[in-house]
Design a protein around this ligand. Structure first.
Ligand SMILES: CC[C@@H](C(=O)O)C(=O)SCCNC(=O)CCNC(=O)[C@H](O)C(C)(C)COP(=O)(O)OP(=O)(O)OC[C@H]1O[C@@H](n2cnc3c(N)ncnc32)[C@H](O)[C@@H]1OP(=O)(O)O
Ligand SMILES: [Co+2]
Length: 134
């Protein structure tokens, strides 16, 4: 059911410093910061030949990544995002298999303008999973 790895997200304590490190130390192609108020984050995408890295920084009082950064002040890998062709079919299959879909259970529009859903990390070996319909 899952397809390509769309991105690996890293929560960072300093978005500008992390962007600069990827740009200069790692020589990567780093995009501009993008506010995503519906998700409570500011994101920077880094294009790699085979996937993307999504740097995440909290936006607003209710950011879902604030607790993660409180527990991991130096930052850390926050989630992986897998592509699916039919996100509602994928959701229904996962719910039937016992996985918890986070939030309302309905897809939201993600950073690429496509529907996304999140699956509870405790149901996936301690790894928060995002699904993006492509
Ligand atoms: C830009 C848009 C979009 C895109 O298009 O790419 C994005 O990527 S937005 C990214 C940010 N959005 C989200 O993360 C939405 C989904 N997340 C959530 O609903 C919550 O963050 C959460 C996963 C339910 C965690 O809630 P929180 O209140 O922060 O923490 P808890 O204390 O309730 O956590 C319970 C338990 O889970 C562990 N945990 C939390 N976050 C992670 C994580 N990222 N990876 C692995 N484990 C995580 C946490 O440590 C707790 O464990 P215990 O201490 O053992 O209980
Ligand atoms: Co993401």
């Amino acid at each position: 059911m899952i397809g390509r790895l769309n991105h690996v997200a890293i929560a960072v304590p300093d978005l500008e410093a992390a962007s600069e490190q990827y740009r200069t130390a790692l020589g990567a192609s780093v995009g501009a910061p993008q506010d995503e108020p519906d998700h409570g984050v500011t994101v920077v995408f880094i294009e790699l030949p085979n996937t993307k890295i999504e740097l995440l920084y909290p936006l607003g009082e209710e950011s879902p990544i604030q607790g993660f950064l409180d527990k991991n002040p130096s930052g850390g890998i926050h989630h992986v995002c897998y592509e699916v062709e039919d996100i509602l079919a994928a959701r229904d299959h996962l719910v039937q298999s016992g996985a918890r879909v986070l939030g309302t259970g309905e897809p939201k529009t993600g950073a690429h303008g496509k529907p996304v859903l999140f699956l509870h990390p405790k149901d996936f070996n301690g790894c928060l999973v995002e699904l993006e319909q492509v």
